[in-house]
Design a protein around this ligand. Structure first.
Ligand code: C6P
Length: 423
């Protein structure tokens, strides 16, 4: 590499650091600037739902105030405008995850509905009794229960990839589980309860080698990592808007177009049909065949603006910032006597789960709350993961793009109070 190229690279790196000014970013989030019980709010529950920037909130108000109407149905001006905005959001989602086309983007209520859609439709179209679906031991309930329901309904066999004591996927065991009856591997990209980043590209490569399809639960990945579904080489990818700084009530199922089009509809109703007679119905192509009824129009617009927001900041800048916070938090928390971090995989997103000697996670969460620090405490809808680590619950700090090292210090100060109380 020439010297001038090296200098350009260094400058680019420096610029991207400058581009990410966390104090300026924080100013974009109205909710962060308040006190809870007289203490400045420290919001560390981003894994549950991340907060919305002003631009998202304003975009949704603008819809209601100026062009709100139902989509795809009206010939009038407002309906056409809201249809354009709704379909424009679909295009933004497609670009965000590098889908081949906006027709591959199905709007659902969230990750949960997206996975249920695949379990139902893919299950009906492609799975026979004895066929195998593989999940991992660190899935959210949303990527366990739909497969158990399918197993009980359709007689499929559900297999589970183990994780090691640090929370890494055991790849050797995965290779052994794969076989001629494997039809689908449904796995998380980032584990919500312990933060492990799964090597999904390799998971997909191995699954495809036996002819299986791959569904990724990306709920905890899209806020932290640049996701390129074509590069990952997967077949379905699901995520929720509310963890990506957008509103609740909307999420995404991406699927390869030919595969989506080979699936039967998930629900029946308006807007998903070509023609209906009293005898039978013909359905539209994907994505509309999976979007029965009035969709979450305003929320789609909000999601589109959330995507604009994180794209403008740069996913790489966000990841670098959060990586710094994660390293700092891991070091600080590890130094707290009696605290044990649950999930120490080599590759982690900015999520730290922990237990403390003598204090139940709910007590930790309650005391922290009184100091203004919001964390999640419980099983995080990942009971099998808790079982794997021999705990019934953890406290979890999940960081987002607006969190700071000072906030980590406040978390640690709060934990000192927990120690005083229970120590
Ligand atoms: N996890 C958490 O605090 P919905 O509720 O459909 O938007 O997302 C469900 C879901 C699916 N997969 C993963 C990996 C998730 O983390 C979640 C939601 C939240 O960890 C709420 S339980």
């Amino acid at each position: 590499m020439s010297d001038s190229m090296k200098t350009a690279e260094v400058l680019e790196g420096a610029n991207s650091m400058l581009a990410f000014d966390v104090e300026r970013v924080r100013a974009d989030f109205p909710i962060l600037h308040q006190e809870i019980y007289g203490q400045p709010l420290v919001y560390l529950d981003n894994g549950a739902s991340a907060q919305c920037p002003r631009a998202v909130i304003d975009s949704m108000s603008e819809v209601y105030e100026t062009y709100y109407a139902n989509v795809h149905r009206g010939v009038h001006y407002l309906s056409q405008r809201s249809t354009d905005a709704f379909e424009g959001a679909r295009e933004k989602v497609a670009r965000f995850i590098n889908a081949a086309s906006a027709d591959e983007i199905v709007f659902a209520r969230g990750t949960t509905e997206a996975i249920n859609l695949v379990a139902d439709s893919f299950g009906r179209a492609f799975l026979e009794p004895g066929d195998e679906v593989i999940i991992s031991h660190m899935e959210h309930h949303s990527n366990i229960v739909p497969w158990q329901l399918l197993r009980d309904r359709a007689g499929i066999v559900l297999k589970v990839i183990p994780i090691d004591d640090s929370g890494n996927l055991v790849m050797e065991a995965y290779r052994e589980l794969l076989g001629p009856r494997t039809k689908l591997v449904a796995i998380t990209h980032v584990a919500n309860s312990i933060g492990t980043i799964v090597p999904v590209k390799e998971v997909a490569r191995l699954a495809h080698a036996v002819g299986a399809k791959v569904l990724i639960d990306g709920a905890q990945a899209v806020p932290h990592l640049q996701v390129d579904v074509q590069d990952l080489g997967v077949d379905f990818y699901a995520f929720s808007s509310h963890k990506l700084y957008g509103p609740t009530g909307i999420g995404v199922l991406w699927g390869r177009f030919d595969l989506l089009n080979a699936l039967p509809p998930y629900q029946g109703g308006g807007d998903m049909i070509q023609r209906v007679t009293l005898e039978k119905s013909e359905f539209k192509a994907a994505p509309h065949r999976f979007e029965a009824g009035t969709p979450a129009i305003v929320e789609a617009v909000g999601l589109g603006v959330a995507i604009d927001y994180v794209t403008a900041l740069g996913l790489d800048n966000i990841a670098a910032h959060e990586h710094g916070i994660l390293a700092y938090a891991t070091a600080k928390l590890s130094a707290v006597e009696g605290l044990e971090i649950v999930g120490t995989a080599e590759d982690k997103a900015a999520i730290v789960s922990f237990t403390m000697l003598g204090a139940h996670p709910h007590d930790i969460g309650t005391i922290l709350d009184r100091t203004g620090v919001a964390v999640r405490a419980g099983h995080h809808c990942a009971e099998p993961t808790m079982d794997r680590f021999g705990v019934d619950a953890t406290a979890r700090a999940s960081f987002g793009l607006y969190n700071t090292r000072e906030e980590v210090d406040q978390l640690v100060e709060g934990l000192m109070l927990v120690k005083e109380f229970f120590g």
